[in-house]
Design a protein around this ligand. Structure first.
Ligand SMILES: [Zn+2]
Length: 76
């Protein structure tokens, strides 16, 4: 089995990882487009139902029982 001639130094390993990480983050951020909800003006994902008010394209799709809690109950 082929074995690398030299051990990769910690600094080199970190450089490679950080470059890869920034590229991945850029790709992810390009995929996630945030837009302001026309109903409640909070930031939401584009072409998704707003998790704050439950509106999509001007019509209420979801009724959200509890607001501003961590485990908000979403009813379809
Ligand atoms: Zn909204």
């Amino acid at each position: 089995m082929a074995v690398p001639r030299k051990k990769v130094s910690i600094a080199k390993k970190h450089q490679r990882t950080s470059t890869w990480r920034t590229l991945k983050m850029k790709k992810m951020m390009n995929k996630m487009k945030l837009v302001a909800c026309p109903q409640c003006k909070t930031m939401k994902l584009q072409a998704h139902v707003c998790p704050q008010c439950g509106y999509y394209k001007g019509t209420q799709v979801l009724t959200i029982k509890a607001k501003a809690t961590e485990n908000a109950v979403i009813e379809a």
